[in-house]
Design a protein around this ligand. Sequence first.
Ligand SMILES: Cc1cc2nc3c(=O)[nH]c(=O)nc-3n(C[C@H](O)[C@H](O)[C@H](O)COP(=O)(O)OP(=O)(O)OC[C@H]3O[C@@H](n4cnc5c(N)ncnc54)[C@H](O)[C@@H]3O)c2cc1C
Length: 371
Amino acid sequence: MYDYDAIIIGAGPAGMAAATRLRWVKTSLAVPASVVLLDPAGAGGLAAMGKIALSGPGFSFDGAELAASVRTDIEKLEIPVLREAATGLACVDGVWEVRTATRTLRGLAVILATGLRCLSNEAELMRAGRLGLLSGGYTQATDRFRHWSGHMRGQRLVLIGGASLAEDLPRYRAADDGRNTVDALLEPAQRIRGFRDLGTHVLIDTDAGEIACEMILVDYHSLELAPPTSHFLPAAWRDAHGFPRIGVQGSAEFPGLYAAGDGARLPSLCVKALAEGVEAGFNAYDYIFRRKFARAPHLFAFYPSSRRLGFAEDELPSLDPHTHLAVGLTAASHFTTPTTLTAEMLPVLQAEIHAKTATVHTTSITEYTAP
Ligand SMILES: Cc1cc2nc3c(=O)[nH]c(=O)nc-3n(C[C@H](O)[C@H](O)[C@H](O)COP(=O)(O)OP(=O)(O)OC[C@H]3O[C@@H](n4cnc5c(N)ncnc54)[C@H](O)[C@@H]3O)c2cc1C
C-alpha cells in the first residue's frame, strides 16, 4: 500500500523538473504518475532567491522568473507541495517510506532533490536584508562578506556553512577586521530548524537552542564540498563527501530511488539540476509503470498531444493476474498484503488504477488514513 507513485524530496529546480516530467507525459497512452513534493520552504529552491546566469552574457535567465513559471506548471498539474522536511528514508517490502516530523509517506519511487541546504524562510530574510549568500569563488565570497560586514559595527554576524567553513572562518574574521563578532554554524553537526525575524535581530533556532544575531551569511562553497542534506540517509548510502551513492539512473542496490541536482553531485548548476530532474523523472516513471503494470510503458511521444492528460477506461492496460504484482493498493482497497492477483481482485484493482491514474490525483494527503 502506498500514498503516491513518486515522492520527491526537495522542490528546487531539480525536484520541480522531476515532478513535472512524471506528471506531464505528453501522450494519452502514458499514465501520469501521482506525485507529491516535500519541501519546508515550498516550491522554488535556491532559484527563487536570486539571479541565475548561464554560461554566456547573451544566454541567461532570471532564477526567480524560472522558479515562478515552473511553479505555475506544478499548480496546473495539481502536484501537491507539502511544507515538511524528510527526516528518514527506508525501503519496506519494496515500498519506500519517507518520514517527516509528523507522518510517514509511502511511495513506489523516491527522488532525492535536496540541493545543498534544507531551506525554510531564507527568502523572506533575504528580502528583509538579514541574510546574504556567499558564492562566486573564494575571492568574490570574501569580497561579498566584506561588503556586508563593512556596513556593521559591534554586531553579531553568523556564518552558516558545511564542515570546511571551519577552515575559512579565520579568513572571514580577518576580512571583518574586528568590527563585529563573527561566529559560524557548521551543518550537519549543528542542525538549524528555522529563523525568526524580530525586526531588530534574528533568532536562529538550532538543536542546541536559539542564537540571536543581526546578520546571517550562508557560505555556499563549503556546502558544495559536503552537502549536509543527505544526512538523513543511512551512512552506508552516502559517499565520503556526503553525496548519496545514487544518481539519476538509480541503482540495482536501491530500486526506485533516484537523486538529481546540486545534492546529487558536483558541480552545482541550475541547468544541470533541471536536466537531471527531468532524467530522474523519466527513470522513475519507467520504474513505476513496470511495478504497476508489469511491462514497459508507452514511452514517450516527444511531441505535444492535444488530448487530455487523463487515461480513458478502455485505454487502461489490461492486467494479467499471473504477472501483475498487486502493488498500488491503497487504503481504499480491501486487500492488505497480497502478492499475486486473483480474478476477484481484478475489478477492484482496475477501479483503483483508474481512480489513481485516469484522473488527476487530487485527494489531499491529509485525508489519507493508514489502515
Ligand atoms: C548565490 C548563488 C548564485 C548562483 N548562481 C548561479 C548561476 O549563476 N548559474 C547557475 O546555473 N546556478 C547558480 N546557482 C546554483 C543554482 O541556484 C542551483 O544549482 C540550483 O538551484 C540547484 O537546484 P536544486 O533543485 O538541485 O537545489 P536547490 O535549489 O537548493 O533546492 C533544493 C530544495 O530541497 C529542499 N530540501 C533540502 N533538504 C530537504 C529535506 N530533508 N526535506 C525536504 N526538502 C528538502 C530545500 O529546502 C530546497 O528548497 C547559484 C547559487 C547560489 C547560492
